[in-house]
Every structure is written in C-alpha cells, then in structure tokens.
Design a protein around this ligand. Sequence first.
Ligand SMILES: Nc1ncnc2c1ncn2[C@@H]1O[C@H](COP(=O)(O)OP(=O)(O)O)[C@@H](O)[C@H]1O
Ligand SMILES: [Mg+2]
Length: 283
Amino acid sequence: MSNYLDISQVSIDFPTKSGPFRALDGIDLKINKGEFISLIGHSGCGKSTVLNIVAGLYQATEGAVILESKEVNSPGPDRAVVFQNHSLFPWLTVYENVELAVKQVFKGHKSKAEMREWIEHNLELVHMTHASHKLPAEISGGMKQRVGIARALAMEPKVLLMDEPFGALDALTRAHLQDSLMEIQAELNNTVILITHDVDEAVLLSDRIVMMSNGPAAKVGEVLNIDLPRPRDRLSLADNKNYNHYRAEVLTFLHRKQAKPDVPAKKRDNKTPPQKLKRVVGG
Ligand SMILES: Nc1ncnc2c1ncn2[C@@H]1O[C@H](COP(=O)(O)OP(=O)(O)O)[C@@H](O)[C@H]1O
Ligand SMILES: [Mg+2]
C-alpha cells in the first residue's frame, strides 16, 4: 500500500545562459495507492515541474521517481496528464479524441467492440455521451475539460496527473467537475496528483495537501492531512469546523510565503507583518 509512488529526493537544474537554474531541491514525497494529493504553492514555485518529472517529460537532475518499484524515465500511459488548457485534437470529434488514446493503450488487448464500449463508458463517466459526435470547437470549455478527463481515465492510468485542470473555468462548472472527479475517484480508486491554487478545491478533494515553498530551489514546505470523511459534500462542509481549520492552515501558509517571498528564514525580520491584516486587526 505505502510507497506506491515515490518521489525521492528530486532536484532539477534547468540550463540557462547564466548557468544552471535549480528549480526544485530535494522534493521528497511518498504517495499511497488511491491517494489524492494536491500540490499548492505560489506561481513559479515549481509545481508543474514536479508534475512533468512524474509524467516523465522532464528528467530529474538528482533523485528519482519510482512507480510500483520501477523508475520513471519517460512518458507512459500509466501516467495520464490533464492540463489546464485542454489539449484535444481540433479535427477529431469528442469520441475520436478518446478513441485515439484508447487505441494507443489497448490495441491488441481489446476487440473493436470492447474498445467502443470502453470509450462510451468513459464519456458517460463525465456526462459527455450526448456530445460524442461534436468537434472541440462546438463545445464549451468545461465540456472540453470533461473530455480531457475522460481521455485520461480511459487510459486506465496508475496515476492521474492534473495541472490546474479547472483553473480556466467558471465557478459553477468548476464545482460540477470537482464533484464528478470525487465520484469517479471514489469508484476507480485512482491515485491522483492535482495542482491547484484554489484552496477550497484542495481541501475538498485531497487526502493530503502538499504546500511547496517558493522557488528557486523549491522544497516541500508543509504537508497537511485532510481528515474529512468521504463522500464529501461541499455544502455541508461550508460550516464544518475542521474544514475551515484546514482552509485557514493553507491560507496562512500561502500568506506567509506571499509576505516574504524567496527570503531565507534566518534573514527574515519581524518588522513587516502583512499590512492588510494589521489594519483589519486594528479596526
Ligand atoms: N523548461 C524550463 N527551462 C527553464 N526554466 C524552467 C523550465 N520549466 C520551468 N522553469 C522554471 O522553473 C520554475 C518553476 O516553474 P513551474 O514548475 O512552471 O512553476 P509553477 O507550475 O509552480 O507555476 C520557474 O522559475 C520556471 O521559470
Ligand atoms: Mg504551473
């Protein structure tokens, strides 16, 4: 169960004109099968870089990513990625976009009829059956994102990697998709790493929230266990004491990082508390 996915002391240096740029420094994270992890942190801290390393798109300079005892060195269908801006092929229909991924993974293992059934099943999971014949240009942003998720799920990945998948959507659509993701994950027990800057989203969906320190040389800052029973319901959580406590913890972490970006702890002074907070407290 434990150490299903092991991100072990991962550092990465990007080559730049002025020499290597260390974006991540010793990221260490052990993830269980079926666990839902959110990565949260300020823009540019290195969240996408972590995801890209797990996806096998970037190679760590030091350390390694181990999935089920095998080192990850290249992209593979066992790790499906959903990006913020859907990446559907515009000339293929909704159905064909999912079909492409399914053929890639299951050719030779599933018959044509089985593949058709499997594609339809995954489109159903995200409530997109009614639009399966449409082109990406003919559906809304939220629907495109649903197709991206269906495509990722249809690959039956061991790990689902999501980089701000709902970031570009309106609040209502985002809420719908978060709910569907919770349902799907409960049913399929996927292992998920989700990048988000939405604190409510992180608390609602996660088993653990990994808060990253600011870059360069970003590290895991704090890890928060979200001990809320599932299934979770956003409405009843709104006045749940624990929910609000977790929310405040994440906000405090981010606020602290915002107030003192990129300053090593020992150089920090106490002369500049967050101004807005001070005024509120002072009335
Ligand atoms: N391919 C790359 N080459 C050089 N620098 C990069 C590359 N990818 C990311 N970076 C740098 O690494 C840091 C982390 O980037 P990123 O992972 O995209 O942050 P986040 O997703 O948290 O906003 C940033 O300073 C970014 O400029
Ligand atoms: Mg990013």
